[in-house]
Design a protein around this ligand. Structure first.
Ligand code: CA
Length: 440
């Protein structure tokens, strides 16, 4: 889940503008119940304190302060007691709060796994299955079905991956320890209101460590702002109701300035000698100006529509014209790579092919099927990489490094085409094959 973790960190950082608390890591490798991190929102100076008992005491004191805030926000004493009774902090979320990935995912790896044939096929099946609902969503919100389904596919793999952490536990911990307590306190109190109002069953309230939940991975405050009851049962349930989730996504995009009937953009060819300093999502000009500069092709919408040229991998990679709807998608998660994944997946769901211009690499990224194949090959060589799930985590990267070194390749730990092809062709000659899984 490292990609989702990184996105969550970025989203949380973007949204938190008020919190200036110092964050004090007292010991690395924190586990539930350990006072590894301590910084109290109510005192100016953060103080590192030893011992599990003190963390529990600090948490209990913090919760009692939160209770007053909750009651002031209309949360009943009963809801608060039921939601927080026996609650223990989960200190592992604090590691994720400050997680700095040592391995930066190249854009082509990110896209290769998020927009692979599997996700396109699954998305087409969902377009078919939820066709009537999506037609009604289009009619009411003016956002096309392929974009809505693409967001769903990237956010939760069409409802298959919501995250596993209990929201109340994560948000209570983040409200009481670590940086950004003000931001997470507000999300925690909002979550209690969502539970109290009966929109989502509290035992279904699981999600990412930062509190994003459901098919659409909304933060609680986003839920409150834009989630809708589309199936008419009186509850806005983005966990248990696909129609509610799809309509809520469309409502989000509509409120983010979606222009009905306009594309997000498209891939373009730049003229020789194009000044790359003109590129950038915020550097908008009328399409007619881009056309005059020789950007090809820019005739799909009105010539006065304002557009930007995007060079997500620099001037030697693919180039895109992006319009207002790209910004609407971007606002969902404040990363151009994310917006491009959604936009491209939507195109693929409409039947378009892959991005035409190659990424500037001689070692392209892997789909999830290929990642699972790579993991199977690593396991066959005796590497303990955990579950073969297509997610390249720390253990898979260590195994890749070892095999790269053995094969005389640059040991960077990256899951790319070269190491996959090298392992496909190489004998399992590491001498550590005991108990190896059979190759498929
Ligand atoms: Ca509903």
């Amino acid at each position: 889940m490292s990609e989702i973790g990184e996105r969550d960190v970025r989203a949380a950082r973007k949204r938190c503008t008020t919190c200036r608390q110092r964050f004090v890591p007292a010991a690395a490798g924190a586990r539930r119940g350990l006072a590894a991190y301590l910084a109290c929102a109510t005192i100016a100076a953060a103080v590192a304190l030893p011992g599990e008992a003190f963390a529990d005491e600090a948490f209990a004191r913090c919760l009692s302060g939160l209770r007053d805030d909750a009651l002031a926000r209309g949360v009943s004493a009963e809801t608060f007691a039921r939601s927080t009774g026996g609650l223990e902090p989960d200190m592992s979320v604090l590691e994720l709060l400050d997680y700095q990935p040592e391995f930066k995912t190249p854009l082509w790896d990110y896209l290769a796994a998020l927009v692979d044939d599997e996700r396109v096929a699954d998305g087409r099946a969902m377009l078919d299955r939820w066709g009537d609902t999506l037609a009604e969503v289009e009619r009411r919100y003016g956002v096309d079905r392929e974009t809505v389904v693409a967001v769903w596919g990237v956010e939760s793999d069409y409802g298959k991956s919501f995250g596993k952490r209990p929201l109340i536990t994560s948000l209570a911990t983040l409200s009481c320890f670590g940086r950004r307590q003000a931001f997470f306190r507000s999300e925690f109190l909002t979550t209690l209101r969502i539970v109290q109002d009966g929109h989502v069953q509290s035992d279904q309230l699981v999600g990412s460590w930062a509190g994003a939940f459901g098919h659409t991975q909304f933060m609680p405050s986003t839920f409150t702002r834009v989630a809708v009851d589309f199936d008419g049962d009186g509850r806005r349930d983005i966990v248990g109701s696909v129609p509610d989730a799809l309509a809520s996504t469309a409502n989000y995009l509509k409120r983010a300035g979606w222009k009905t009937g306009e594309p997000w953009g498209w891939e373009v060819r730049l003229p020789k000698g194009f000044d790359a300093s003109l590129a950038g999502r915020r550097s908008k000009r009328p399409l007619s100006q881009w056309a005059a500069m020789g950007v090809h092709r820019v005739d799909a919408v009105a010539a006065d529509a304002r557009a930007a040229v995007l060079l997500p991998a620099g001037p030697s990679g693919p180039a895109f014209i992006v319009l207002r709807n790209f910004d609407a998608i971007y606002s969902y998660n404040a990363a151009e790579s994310y917006a491009l994944a959604i936009a491209h997946l939507a195109d693929r769901l409409r039947g378009a092919g892959p991005i035409a211009t190659p990424w500037p690499t001689d070692d392209p990224g892997l789909s999830r099927v290929q990642r699972r194949e790579l993991q199977t090959l690593l396991a066959a060589r005796g590497h303990d990489i955990g579950e073969i799930d297509g997610m390249i985590g720390a253990r898979s990267r260590e195994a890749i490094k070892a095999e790269q070194a053995r094969l005389g390749m640059e040991p960077d730990g990256r899951a790319g085409r070269k190491i996959l092809e090298a392992l496909r062709g190489a004998p399992t000659g590491s001498g550590r094959q005991q108990g190896a899984a059979p190759l498929r």
